[in-house]
Design a protein around this ligand. Structure first.
Ligand code: DGL
Length: 269
């Protein structure tokens, strides 16, 4: 069921992965004004050091909220949320929704007890991820693989570029070649870029699996924290990038494909 809730949400990611979350949000609440921001000047997040990301994220979030003035800020990025959700919350005075790997729902549906987790190298090594597994999937075997290549391939596919299926087979193969990988029946897409390539991933798995992601759960949580009486008539469809849009033709094209027509640059010191 869709909601008639109003208000203004800013969905944020390093690149275009968060558009998959924005799409879920808009589907659940068509009357919500949804805007988007990508930290394209610091993309990708998946291979950055923890210290660099923790320094960067509160600054970017603050700068973006000053221009976009959202009622809720959504970090549609596992790599950022599993490291710096609390830092961003401390920097802003509005509700902040984070994105964490869908380990709990995966543990509920696996039949073999072996779960695969595809993410960035950053998300794979986080204590936050280890704690989620400990708390919600301690009975299961969780095999993880971090890949920046898949993030880049997702951006290529979303903008209409061709990437061979062989490249997808190769990029996700470490998950299934690991010990016990032939038992995986559920794969958590723990990077918001990966729903963009769900079809390519599904076409190149060595045996059938169920893919799950956090998009709809994030959208529902965003509606839950929306303050009462948030402005009904703010416009959506606006994108801010932290690098010059004319250097980001691919990203701008994908934003347009998702219905975001107005793209602006914001400088982050
Ligand atoms: N979309 C991001 C995530 O969910 C990360 C992509 C990147 O490496 O920048 O983890």
């Amino acid at each position: 069921m869709t909601s008639r809730l109003t208000g203004n949400v800013l969905v944020f990611d390093s690149g275009m992965g968060g558009l998959t979350v924005a799409r879920e949000l808009q589907a659940l609440a068509p009357t919500l004004a949804v805007n988007y921001a990508a930290d394209s000047g610091f993309f990708p997040y998946g291979d950055k050091s923890d210290a660099d990301l923790r320094a960067r994220l509160p600054l970017v979030a603050k700068a973006l909220c000053q221009v976009a003035r959202p009622d809720v800020f959504v970090i549609a990025c596992n790599t950022a949320s599993t490291l710096a959700l609390e830092d961003v919350r401390a920097a802003l005075d509005i509700p902040v929704v984070g994105t964490v790997p869908a380990i709990k729902p995966a543990a509920a549906i696996t039949r073999t007890g072996t779960i695969g987790l595809l993410a960035t190298p950053g998300t794979v090594k986080r204590d936050y991820t280890a704690n989620l597994i400990e708390d919600f999937a301690s009975e299961a075997r969780v095999i993880m693989h971090g890949s920046v290549a898949l993030v880049r391939m997702a951006e290529q596919i979303a903008s209409g570029e061709a990437v061979s299926l062989e490249a997808f087979r190769e990029a996700q193969s470490p998950l299934f070649k690991a010990e016990g990988g032939d038992q995986i029946d559920t794969v958590v897409l723990a990077c918001t870029h990966f729903p963009l390539i769900r079809g390519e991933l599904a076409a190149t798995v060595p045996h059938p699996v169920t893919f799950i992601d956090s998009g709809e759960a994030i959208a529902r949580q965003t509606l839950r924290v929306m303050p009462d009486g948030a402005a009904p008539d703010l416009e959506g469809g606006h994108v801010w990038l932290t690098s010059l849009p004319n250097k980001q033709a691919r990203l701008v094209e994908v934003c347009r494909r998702f219905g975001y027509e107005r793209v602006d640059y914001i400088a982050v010191e």
